[in-house]
Ligand binder design. Structure first.
Ligand code: CAA
Length: 298
């Protein structure tokens, strides 16, 4: 039975994943090397739970239970010692993830399932550094995790049917809809989403329309909750660029080549909401837009 979940990384995705598991009664060990980041994550989880309480979707008692179900750890070994399932949500960096999975293979119980929330790194490559490839799988949550209903469940080359079924069933226990996909570049979500975002950036780069015009077309015309440029800012322009590079390298097809404007913006440190500036400008620490004139169509 899966009861103890260790979540590695307490950034936006990690704290959302910890929040969601804890809210559904799982015991969560939230692990980060930075004590400061852990404290910040607990504050964020508290605020997001308050939203749910004020909307009436959670009672104040359920909020308290959720918070009690989360224990923060800076000591990796201790934090994974009891895990039935580990969900890794560290920075999207291949070397770092490979190192973490090697350590997980050493320190997590032999029976533990090791999942990665990677948005594009190969599950097969991650599994290959462990001695339990059958128990390594992708569990790709969407941001904001407590709100979005999808879990993209990615089967690596060696992932067993048993592991896949368990992760599908745990995702359903979180009241999410799991979708099983195979391990090819970008999986399904980002193979389709990132070319759309890249095309929106090309449309801007070529002067076809301005930022607000492009986003308004997609919001009102296609009923997307956010336009593609706002969504790119929300995801992080550096993350979008990294995923496009995985698609470009993985398929060797020029259609995935990142738009030079995206490359320039990331190089200039303009990465979206997290840096306060992307295609839009933001008030500190919030996704609320202060519209930038810089990219208005001339
Ligand atoms: N925790 C809990 N609840 C939250 C939350 C959080 N972190 N963030 C938002 N909410 C809740 C709000 O309380 C609100 O609840 P009600 O519907 O009950 O009122 C609801 O979500 C909507 O939030 P807001 O009112 O703040 O704002 P909004 O209506 O503008 O919606 C949004 C915000 C949910 C982010 C919406 O704009 C949206 O769905 N955007 C698209 C998100 C998306 O596409 N995500 C996937 C990105 S791709 C990815 O993550 C994977 C990858 O690999 C790159």
């Amino acid at each position: 039975m899966i009861r103890n979940i260790s979540v590695i990384g307490s950034g936006t995705m990690g704290n959302g994943i910890a929040h969601t598991f804890a809210q559904h009664g799982f015991q969560v060990s939230l692990i980060d090397i930075s004590e400061n980041a852990l404290n910040q994550a607990l504050i964020t989880i508290g605020k997001n739970l308050d939203r749910q309480v004020s909307k009436g979707t959670l009672t104040p008692e359920e909020k308290e239970h959720t918070l009690k179900n989360i224990t923060p750890y800076t000591a990796f070994e201790e934090g994974v010692a009891m895990a039935d399932l580990v969900v890794e949500a560290a920075t999207e960096n291949t070397e770092l993830k490979l190192r973490i999975f090697k350590d997980l293979d050493t320190f997590a119980p032999e029976s533990a399932i090791l999942a990665s929330n990677t948005s594009s790194i190969s599950i097969t490559q991650i599994a290959a550094v462990t001695k339990r490839g059958d128990k390594v799988i992708g569990m790709h949550f969407m941001n904001p995790v407590p709100v979005m209903k999808l879990v993209e469940v990615i089967r690596g080359y060696a992932t067993s049917d048993e592991t896949t079924q368990l992760v599908m069933s745990i995702s359903a226990q979180l009241q999410k809809t799991p979708v099983e996909v195979n391990d090819y570049p970008g999986f399904v979500a980002n193979r389709i989403l990132m070319p759309m975002i890249n095309e929106a950036i090309y449309t801007l780069y070529e002067g076809v329309a301005g930022v607000q015009e492009i986003d308004t077309v997609m919001k009102l015309g296609m009923a997307h909750p956010m336009g593609p440029l706002q969504l790119a800012d929300f995801i992080g322009l550096d993350v979008c660029l990294a995923i496009l590079k995985v698609l470009h390298d993985g398929f060797g097809n020029p259609k995935y080549a990142p738009c030079p404007l995206l490359v320039n913006m990331v190089t200039a440190g303009r990465k979206g909401v997290k840096t306060g500036e992307g295609f839009y400008q933001y008030t500190a620490g919030s996704k609320d837009i202060v519209v930038s004139d810089k990219f208005k169509k001339s």
